[in-house]
Write a protein that binds this ligand. Structure first.
Ligand SMILES: [Zn+2]
Length: 156
């Protein structure tokens, strides 16, 4: 689970070392210090998320409760005060906004012009749009079957 809070971003997964624990992972030490000040932070410089704490289900439930009752803003992005983190939140907003638009209406492929949705190609089952506005065929180099010339990626 990804959680964006005013004071930090965390990614929470089941610990692979201890299935009773949750690994709360962060990209910045400060984010864990703000959210879980009493927990020991493990620094793993070569891992994707460099900072982690391992907590029980109960502690995570407490954190979620605390977070939910501390919402006192009408706009999340402006509740973030750390400049670089706020900037990242704006980008995430943009990505999810694009996702929403792509899921609702097709966009033209920037290479071949075929209309396609930015979420998932129903024929290939592949994510589309993640490397720019290119349909799956222009992205993968797999030629388009002739019977599927135009609009084949369109949802019914
Ligand atoms: Zn294309």
């Amino acid at each position: 689970m990804w959680i964006f809070t005013s004071v930090g971003f965390i990614s929470v997964v089941r610990s692979d070392l201890d299935s009773e624990k949750l690994a709360v992972r962060a990209r910045k030490r400060k984010h864990l210090e703000m959210l879980l000040p009493d927990e020991e932070i493990v620094h793993l410089p070569n891992r994707d998320y460099k900072y982690r704490v391992f907590i029980t289900q109960e502690k995570f439930t407490d954190l979620m409760l605390k977070l939910s009752t501390s919402i006192n803003y009408q706009n999340f992005k402006s509740s973030v005060h750390e400049f670089n983190y706020q900037d990242a939140c704006h980008e995430v907003w943009g990505v999810m906004n694009r996702y929403q638009r792509g899921a609702e209406e097709p966009v033209p492929c920037e290479v071949c012009g075929a209309m396609f949705y930015l979420d998932v190609d129903p024929i290939q089952g592949m994510e589309t749009g993640i490397f720019g506005r290119r349909c799956w065929h222009c992205l993968s180099g797999v030629p388009r079957p002739p019977q599927q010339l135009h609009g084949f990626i369109l949802k019914p």
